[in-house]
Design a protein around this ligand. Structure first.
Ligand code: PMP
Length: 456
């Protein structure tokens, strides 16, 4: 075999073999390259995945909170296979049946008058386009985004992201202004009740708008339920109040539902929990559970009509990719036929939420339990009275802290948790069963006992 005859090289079939090739040639996102210990995944099915040593993990992270329909759903796999045999790729300037049907299925489930879709390759570019649309429609430059937010990894969207992931690249992006959203457990407004938090957060946003100049603000963007920054469920009245503020000042409201959309909160779209209709919704992840990358922007007539007679400046070679849209058509159809969104709502309210609250009665390390649907977080503290945070996840390669130990204790017992700073996000697929939830809760219970005895 010649050195160039790569085709006859078998793929590595051990974790060590894969990691050897990784170490030689790969650049990992969001990582210090020499401090990695990734685990190669061999296969997956439903709520579980397996490593190369045959260990099985219950996927309470849904990977990156995106596998809403579970792993390897047979109808989605078959749809991708069928489409691959017929037409793998086509220019977005042509019509394409899968794209047409995906847009219709999404619009039929969208709130209010949102009934048009621009497809993108993922969440980041969906947010980019939503902000561009808002700026062009209003002719105004600024976008207001929450400090506790994640909106994407590109230049603009990482600047919009309020959390520390922005810091290393922060040269300032023109027109991005941050505000505080509601978070009663660590209230920026010294509020003690939900109504107080809602009212003070709205008064704060109103002042930000007034001081920035209402005529300069194109859009307010928010995650209806804040995702990676803590599964923050808004207090009653907050989203309606933001809608009202935006209306009063001619500002567009963008709901970033990349994580919250497509069943995660027990509704197709998170805003439907509060009957609020934004001007734009960004989505990705759950639209086809990432079987093929896909995202998009949902818009109503106010945005659509602005581009009826002038061209929209922007697009992507893979917009409405036939494989991705075929996966979306199959995933959305299966979610409807199999009652998967209802499953998330029902098991979240009846089993997962109550189970996590019960854990907090036994483990003082749990400061707060919050969430809805299959979108929950446990916020861990050293002391319930002071709410001092449990030391956050250690840097890779550094000394392990309690959160690392907790994650390790879960993994050892066959549960894959989503661990972020001092929180465990409990975000299984929307297809999760009651038995799987109980299995996960039992493992969490044991793992919390392990660290509870160390860190009090
Ligand atoms: N917005 C939100 C709310 C997200 O959670 C994410 C991804 N976690 C993004 C945007 C970016 O999406 P993507 O990684 O698909 O570009």
């Amino acid at each position: 075999m010649s050195a160039h005859d790569h085709h006859s090289d078998p793929l590595p079939d051990t974790a060590q073999g894969i990691l050897a090739e990784d170490r030689a040639h790969l650049f990992y996102s969001w990582s210090a390259q020499r401090q990695l210990s990734p685990m190669p995944v061999a296969r997956a099915l439903g709520s579980y995945f397996w490593d190369y040593d045959g260990n099985r993990y219950l996927d309470f992270a849904s990977q990156f909170v995106h596998v809403n329909i579970g792993h390897q759903h047979p109808k989605v796999v078959a749809a991708i296979q069928r489409q691959a045999e017929r037409l793998c790729t086509v220019s977005p300037a042509f019509g394409n049946d899968q794209r047409a049907r995906a847009a219709r299925l999404i619009a039929e489930r969208a709130p209010g008058d949102l009934d048009r879709v621009l497809f993108t390759n993922g969440g980041t570019d969906a947010v980019e386009h939503a902000v561009r649309m808002a700026r062009l429609v209003t002719g105004r430059p600024k976008v207001l985004a929450a400090y506790r937010s994640y909106h994407g990894g590109s230049h603009l969207t990482l600047h919009m992201t309020g959390d520390p992931r922005r810091w290393p690249i922060d040269t300032g992006a023109a027109g991005v202004v941050h505000f505080f959203g509601p978070y009663l457990y660590r209230s920026a407004f010294h509020a003690r009740t939900e109504p107080e938090e809602a009212q003070r957060a709205l008064a704060h946003l109103e002042q930000v708008i007034a001081l920035e100049g209402p005529g300069t603000v194109a859009a307010v963007i928010l995650e209806p339920v804040v995702g990676t920054n803590g599964v923050l469920v808004p207090p009653e009245g907050y989203l309606a109040g933001v809608r009202e503020l935006c209306d009063r000042h001619g500002i567009l409201l963008i709901a970033d539902e990349v994580m919250a959309g497509f069943g995660r909160t027990g509704r197709w779209f998170a805003v439907q929990n509060w009957d609020v209709v934004p001007d734009l919704i960004t989505f990705a992840k759950g639209v086809n559970s990432g079987y093929v990358p896909l995202g998009g922007v949902l818009m109503g007539p106010r945005v659509f009509d602005a581009f009826a007679d002038r061209p929209y400046p922007g697009g992507l070679t893979y917009s409405g990719h036939p494989l991705a849209c075929a996966a979306a058509v199959a995933a959305i159809t299966a979610m409807s036929e199999e009652g998967i969104v209802e499953n998330a709502a029902h098991l979240g309210a009846e089993v997962l939420g109550p189970g996590l609250r019960e854990l907090s009665e036994r483990h003082p390390v749990i400061g707060e339990v919050r969430g809805l649907g299959v979108f929950w977080a446990l916020e861990l503290v050293r002391d319930r009275d002071t709410r001092e945070m449990l030391p956050p996840l250690g840097a890779p390669g550094g000394p392990p802290g309690p959160m690392d130990e907790l994650a390790a204790a879960c993994r050892k017992r066959g549960l894959w948790p989503f661990v972020h700073t001092n929180r465990i996000h409990v975000v299984p697929p929307c297809t999760v069963t009651e038995r799987e939830i109980r299995e996960g809760l039992d493992i969490l219970d044991e793992a919390l006992s392990v660290i509870g005895s160390h860190y009090r």
